[in-house]
Design a protein around this ligand. Structure first.
Ligand code: DQA
Length: 147
């Protein structure tokens, strides 16, 4: 069975309490269940991970080269700042999709630049929690079209 890694960056553990006007009422736990269910329906195994620490995120990305067939990542604020995360993503040859709950291109100037997206196959943003489902469908397509 194909395996994907879904990675979430800083402050996403606060979803449901945090800036609900932007990110909605849903919690990360609910998004995790949604993703697990959608992956199961698509016969994909998924690992759902969140950390507030850049180094932990980097190490998780490193693990993808041997343990996973693809990565979906919401790097949160590190999207706009982290060359280290960009380099880690570049160092994995597996397909990668970046996802954001909000439309980062309709927000503050400093969110309109995604450094990390330079290393991914594609980016999905502005569709709320449903973006995770779209990203699973997208990565499945990429993984299977490469066989
Ligand atoms: C976010 C957008 C980022 O700009 C922000 O720092 C986040 C969440 C999103 O999912 O919309 O923490 O990645």
């Amino acid at each position: 069975m194909k395996k994907i890694l879904i990675i979430n960056g800083p402050n996403l553990n606060l979803l449901g309490n945090r800036e609900r006007n932007l990110y909605g009422e849903t919690t990360l736990e609910k998004i995790k269940l949604l993703c697990e269910q959608h992956c199961k329906n698509n016969e994909i195994e998924c690992t759902f991970f969140q950390s507030n620490h850049e180094g932990e995120l980097i190490e998780k990305i490193h693990s993808a080269n041997k343990d996973y067939d693809g990565i979906i990542i919401n790097p949160a604020a590190l999207t706009h700042t982290s060359i280290a995360l960009l380099d880690a993503l570049r160092a994995t040859s597996k397909p990668k999709i970046e996802i954001h709950i909000s439309n980062i291109y309709a927000r503050e100037d400093y969110r309109r630049k995604s450094i990390t997206s330079e290393a991914v196959n594609g980016i999905i943003c502005g569709f709320g929690e449903n973006g995770y489902i779209l990203a699973i469908d997208a990565i499945k397509n990429i993984i299977y079209s490469k066989i």
